[in-house]
Design a binder for this molecule. Sequence first.
Ligand code: TRP
Length: 449
Amino acid sequence: MTTRILTGITTTGTPHLGNYAGAIRPAIRASQQPGVDSFYFLADYHALIKCDDPLRIQRSRLEIAATWLAGGLDPDKVTFYRQSDIPEIPELTWLLTCVSAKGLLNRAHAYKASVDKNLENGEDPDAGVTMGLYSYPVLMAADILMFNANKVPVGRDQIQHVEMARDIGQRFNHLFGQGRDFFALPEAVIEESVATLPGLDGRKMSKSYDNTIPLFSSAKDMKDAISRIVTDSRAPGEAKDPDNAHLFTLYQAFSTLAQCAEFREELLQGLGWGEAKQRLFQLLDGQLAEKREYYHQLIARPADLEDILLAGAAKARKLATPFLEQLREAVGLRSFRSSVQASTEVKKKAAKSARFVSFRDEDGSFRFRLLAADGEQLLLSRRFADGKSAGAVSKQLQQGGEADVRIEGLGFGLWLNGEQVADGPQFDSAEARDAAIESLRAALAPQPD
Ligand code: TRP
């Protein structure tokens, strides 16, 4: 069985080296494994929660798309799309919102962090909190459940959200599944092997610390950043301590075991920091120069990127559209055509339970009655000389032969092929008579299969 891997990338920034080593590169490698079906998408609806700068959103979507493709993601092998190109996602979000406990969302870290900060500052707990932030985990659950992802690679801060997706999916299954599980329950995957890269100052590389090494902007930018990596003040010739140098950690994240062992040895032997930085630059540039060039080609042809992403969206929607149709059906958002069918079902039942009963009259003639489900007599046939002709007429009626009902006073007759073949009972009122004719017609109406 193939495992479905899915992850989203919030489009608010420009990917840096830490994003590449920590998320992009392992995801691309995972997508190349046999037996996996990968879904990677730009979480641009999520981006709107954190960012109200349209230009930044636009720019970031383009840069992130180009980064993943330049990094080696094969859009023919994986499903690569923008969240906002899949209208089924917000629609599913609503279905899930309606089964998500508010208490569950009250506990979401991102929302709680904002509330805690407000309380600390003596502000209203919900100051600056949008419904987008509050419902963030439901949108993320829709991303994951829409495609029945089994594994969701995420950073530690997102584990809780994947667990909420499980909870919400389980609740939907329970409420509407009728024994069937609509949603696979996802698991968060934390890549223990990918170290979080340290930034220039040794803290986790992050835009919020302003300590990043750019990924694809230019060789010069990368070189400049590397020159700003903080080291200790040991002079060239003095033995360095690789295990306490984040420059070494950075090197290790991109080197082979042999390269790493060699670099370590050289540091122990007193390699100068300037020289060491040059080595790091060469290692990175060797791995990234070609990708960087491809990145700039992609950025220069945004219309091509648009086509690639739209093709990805079409691929994703091939799954999402019919699946959402089933989910709408499950919650009761059904076509009225199917309710017409349902009422035909009722009629069919009535027709089934209306029955023809044949009998021989005292005078030896052959007759039949049509009785409604409740036993009420709808018709009494005329007299037939033999059973065969009586049977032929009732058969014709059962098969939906053109039944011609003619009103006669407070009763009615039934005609077939220009001959009266049966009589209805006599009624007290025209209303009662008409109601009986209605039931008769329902009982005799041709039944669709
Ligand atoms: N919230 C995730 C983040 O900030 C991005 C994301 C959105 C995501 N939807 C997702 C990750 C679905 C995994 C699965 O990192």
